[in-house]
Design a protein around this ligand. Sequence first.
Ligand code: GLU
Length: 625
Amino acid sequence: MSRHSARTTSRSRWVLGAIVVGLPLSLLPATAGAQPSLAPAPQRDRGWHGQPTTLPKVPVMTGSGGAVSSVDRDASQVGIDILSRGGNAADAAVATAAALGVTEPYSAGIGGGGFLVYYDAKSRKVSTIDGRETAPATFTYKTFVDAAGQPMVFNTVVNSGLSVGIPGTPALWAKALRDYGTLSLNAALKPAERLAANGFVVDKTFADQTAANAERFSVFPETAKVFLRDNKAPAVGSVFTNPDMARAYRTLRTQGTKALYAGRLGQAIVAEARAPHTTPGTSVMGGEMTMADLRAYRALTKAPIHSQYKGYDVYGMPVPSSGGIAVAAILNLMTAYERRTGVSTGEVDQTQYLHRFSEASATAFADRNRWVGDVPGVPVKELTDPAFAAERACLFDPTKANPRPIPFGSPDGSYAACAPGTVAQKEPYEGQSTTHLTATDRWGNVASYTLTIEQTGGSGITVPGYGFLLNNELTDFNFTPLTKDVPDPNLPGPGKRPRSSMSPTILLNDGKPFLAVGSPGGATIITSVSQAILGYLDRDLSLVDAIAAPRLSSRNGSTEGAEPEILGGPTGAALTAMGHKLASAGTPNEIGAVTAIRSFGHGLFQAAAETTRRGGGSAMVVHPR
Ligand code: GLU
């Protein structure tokens, strides 16, 4: 059983958060059991009317007036400036995302896609916008199969026009501003255009990501021209300008998204995706995108995935993302294990906690891999039903790991005490990149937004004259069915959106915003987001500590990624003794880059981000306390 109701958890967390950030004692609740009584947020501070404050790069900040958390200081500052000038969370989310397109061009930008989960304070409703890239109309389930009937070589497809999906990000920005924002696209993209024109200071993460991609970037002369200096990464500390990207933003700002979906910017994208320019003596496959594909593209409003955990309402992204479904399934399984064992997630030791988390993640991935994709009839209600989780939880043994891969279950609406499943599937390949931002405003609106160009550096193809990279999102499709004779919902198809793991999430408490959270990291996004939620709600960690906690990512593959603190320590040894096959998290040896914002009510927020992963994130509030 859970140790806390939603209400008491939020109270105890508030006290902990206050101590962590050093709030004066007078602001703490006077008596145990009382609701926190905070003075209303100050309405006339520095920076309220057009004079935003320049804020430092820190992983946690508490205060009022709104908050932004992203991986990058310049981008978070852009969002804070928008909020300071009276913009709302949707305005800040779009402006911050556009700035990330400049400073994190290998993870996000005009050439990619993403998903927004939004709490609208006026209607008190959570909704979502699906800005996922689509496949060209000519795609079939055999597009990634070669003449010999074999799946094409993954990296050959990545670095080609064939991997490029119809970009969804500009359409999502325009729709988010239209539906929830107060700014025009013209105004929201101005700071990003300025950042691209004036430049930003190169940090280690940007230099490392450029260096890791230098070889494949050098195949594409336009990419080498924009992102490399003498075929190498720009030096840490140097100023990086991208006048071509400034031009792209100016084009979108002044001409609107029709410049991309029906105009010259679109023609430049189509021409480059169909016949990418490469250095003499090299060639890559061309893609199939047409202007008709661009004209047909729509960012879509969709109802969120809704589940409940420990009394909180959890809202996530629906299909074509598997994120909302899988996060809900993991949290449901953690609850089911508590019921089976009679011991709560908060009471077990670190090894048992990670064991439970690993079993829950692997089980959720078994079901996600079999049932979720951009196809009709995904059993969403069943996959997120606690009764299904209870049936699946019968596999759980507190003393040993289930052999991987765990077979998928039958989310058919009729559940027995135990139905272990029979068919086990291998893990589909998914890379790790992307970026996540969260934004809130003084009116109580909340944005949780994950955006990507898929692999770090996307397809490697830059649109000539416009300075942004095209995505390789279509490699998120399975190239061939995962298992012979088992239907695969994630094969390519005409106009289809590849399955995603992006998991922008918003938790409400008694109908009011409580927590916004998300992460990059391909399929590890699902485990990073779940682990941050569990760390905060169950493991007695402050928000920034829940984000910093070492991560484990079990996705039903033959091994589970574990960060060095786990892998090289006693917890790793104990998990191994239970049958977990741990492996390094890869290069860099870390998992995810979470950002989050906790809303306390009464206009008080705590923004939090990574302390060290990806060089540390940037958490900001308009009026720090
Ligand atoms: N393409 C991935 C997804 O949609 C995100 C990119 C990544 O993080 O690797 O799940």
